[in-house]
Design a protein around this ligand. Structure first.
Ligand code: ZN
Length: 228
């Protein structure tokens, strides 16, 4: 299974955070990737950050192709400039899309202050549950930044699936799912090549070792892992 993850599509409607521009994808290249994967049952489509482009651009293009997707929203940013509001979120659920939590205020979960923990892990899914009238039991970790403590808290929360940004393909049965972040310069050809490529055992072992290390690294470890 390949889990693709988008952030924003089209022209950004708000000032972007540093480094965020490379995650905004032109509409035409979004469409060409969708067309490349539309009939693949081994590809899943996800969106993070709750940008208005989820509803204004992505949703109609998904529906045209009969595709469904998961949208991970930072609950504390709902209704902020450039972000989805409650009616936009209900438009997603009303058309068969799935909502998951992306925490409260888009903070790095490895560096939370104690006072922020409850908002990020508990208040966020509760608020999304209130808006959608559904139980929110899937989570995408902000910035894909996790360690032993983050994983432990998510286990305690009874979360059904957790999505990271570790790249590559994933086993759909796993609780912790790695995703590929589609970037401004990612082409449909890149995705086709990824789907055709069978990783060598050595490559698979290396990736598994990196994920194991991230899952088990202690809190406040300032290791050299790239942030997504
Ligand atoms: Zn995010």
């Amino acid at each position: 299974m390949l889990v693709l993850n988008w952030h924003g599509i089209g022209d950004p409607p708000r000032d972007l955070d540093p480094g965020e521009a490379r995650t905004w994808v032109p509409t035409a290249s979004f469409e060409s990737v969708l067309d490349a994967v539309a009939d693949r049952s081994d590809v899943m489509i996800t969106f993070d950050d709750g940008n208005v482009s989820d509803v204004e651009i992505a949703l109609p293009l998904l529906l045209e192709r009969n595709l469904s997707a998961q949208f991970f929203l930072p609950a504390g940013l709902i209704g902020e400039p450039g972000r989805l509001d409650e009616s936009g979120i209900r438009k997603l659920t009303g058309t068969g899309m799935t909502i998951g939590s992306h925490g409260w205020a888009h903070r790095d979960w490895r560096r939370l202050r104690p006072v922020e923990v409850k908002d990020e892990y508990e208040r966020a899914p509760e608020e999304l549950g209130r808006i959608t009238d559904q139980r929110i039991d899937i989570v995408a970790i902000p910035f894909g930044s996790y360690d032993r403590d983050v994983i432990g808290r998510l286990r305690d929360q009874d979360v059904r699936r957790v999505y990271t940004s570790d790249g590559g393909r994933t086993d759909p049965q796993q609780w912790l799912q790695s995703r590929f972040s589609v970037r401004r310069d990612t082409t449909a050809e890149d995705i086709r090549a990824m789907l055709a490529h069978r990783p060598a055992p050595r490559e698979r072992m290396r990736r598994a070792a990196v994920m194991w290390a991230k899952r088990n690294r202690p809190t406040s470890g300032m290791g050299g892992f790239a942030r997504e």
